[in-house]
Design a protein around this ligand. Structure first.
Ligand code: NAP
Length: 303
């Protein structure tokens, strides 16, 4: 039987650690940690994710400063909002919910976030820190994958890892984190030729292509560990484009084809998704401890 990498359970365990850190530090800090989540426009998936993040903040005692602005906001106006969060002493982490409407320059907005409050680890300075192996806020999804592998005692050192996807949000930082943990890493993307023969060489396969059911039994070798980052909502009624609670979620991997073959896999839902939110909280609490001069008790949770 393969080992199921249960992100929901691990996320709950880590949330408890974060909650305890907040309780024990709040008196000295004289305030709780603060996370500002900035949402632009009405992308429905972003609405769902922002909602999860606010609920998670409430569960563990992080103060949430949510700001939802209209789709056609000007870049300058958004930069001003980010500046005000940068200067707000009650805000320890800032997250700009992606994707943004096409008229906005994502790179300049991410660069305008104070790197010390970069809850998503996407500021160029923090990506540079990741390349150099220096401590700093880490991209939440790959950080969550690393925590999931560690918790399940999956050895990374010396393993042949293949990451499918090279986005700044997931694929690239994932590859860097695996390499820092001494895996030998290959990154595949949409122009990679003969993906199955490459992924079959992997002891550890992380899939973040954003293509439902891309990976099946021909892509994996026996005893591989498969982490499925992809998340897709499949409408129960394809004619109705509005999301409903009956819609099914699936990942980039056809789990039913590989589950009897592999050593371990992460399910969708309940695998990487909950870990992403938890690592966002971990980055925020870590920043708060730093900003308030508290002992850095949770930084070991970040890769
Ligand atoms: P993205 O920006 O669209 O990047 C997708 C990457 O996959 C690109 O590098 C692309 O290659 C590559 N790719 C696309 N089709 C491919 C194919 N057929 N074969 C090999 N590579 C292919 O997506 P993302 O932001 O990284 O997210 C990836 C997935 O993870 C999405 O489903 C997203 O919803 C999900 N996600 C989940 C979480 C979570 O918490 N569970 C968090 C973030 C993202 P090119 O570079 O050549 O275009």
């Amino acid at each position: 039987m393969p080992n199921i990498l249960d992100g929901k359970k691990l996320a709950q365990e880590i949330e408890l650690i974060l909650q305890q850190a907040i309780q024990s530090g709040s008196e000295v800090a004289n305030r709780p940690p603060g996370l500002a989540v900035l949402r632009v426009g009405n992308d429905p998936a972003s609405g769902v994710y922002v909602n999860y993040k606010e609920k998670a903040c409430n569960r563990i005692g992080v103060r949430s400063f949510a700001k939802h602005v209209k789709e056609d906001i000007a870049l300058e106006e958004l930069l001003e909002i980010i500046q005000s969060f940068n200067q707000d002493k009650n805000v320890d982490g800032i997250l700009l919910q992606l994707p943004l409407p096409s008229h906005l320059d994502e790179a300049s907005l991410l660069r305008s976030i104070d790197p010390d409050k970069d809850a998503d680890g996407l500021h160029p300075m923090n990506l540079g820190r990741l390349i150099k192996g220096e401590k700093g806020p880490r991209s939440c999804t790959p950080a969550g994958v690393m925590a999931l592998l560690e918790k399940n005692e999956i050895t990374i050192e010396g393993k042949r890892a293949v990451v499918v996807g090279r986005s700044i949000l997931v694929g690239k930082p994932m590859a860097l984190m695996l390499e820092a943990a001494n895996a030998t890493v290959t990154v595949a993307h949409s122009r990679t030729k003969d993906l199955p023969s490459l992924t079959r060489q992997a002891d550890l396969l992380v899939v973040a292509a954003g293509k439902p059911n891309l990976i099946g039994k021909n892509h994996v070798s026996d005893n591989c560990v498969v982490v499925d980052v992809g998340i897709h909502r499949l409408p129960t009624d394809p004619k109705n484009l509005r999301e409903t609670k009956k819609d099914k979620l699936c990942g980039d991997v056809k789990i039913f084809e590989i589950e009897d073959k592999v050593a371990a896999y992460s399910p969708v839902p309940g695998g990487v998704g909950p870990m992403t939110v938890t690592m966002l909280l971990a980055n925020t609490v870590d920043r708060w401890q730093k900003h308030c001069g508290l002992p850095l008790t949770i930084s070991h949770l970040l890769p």
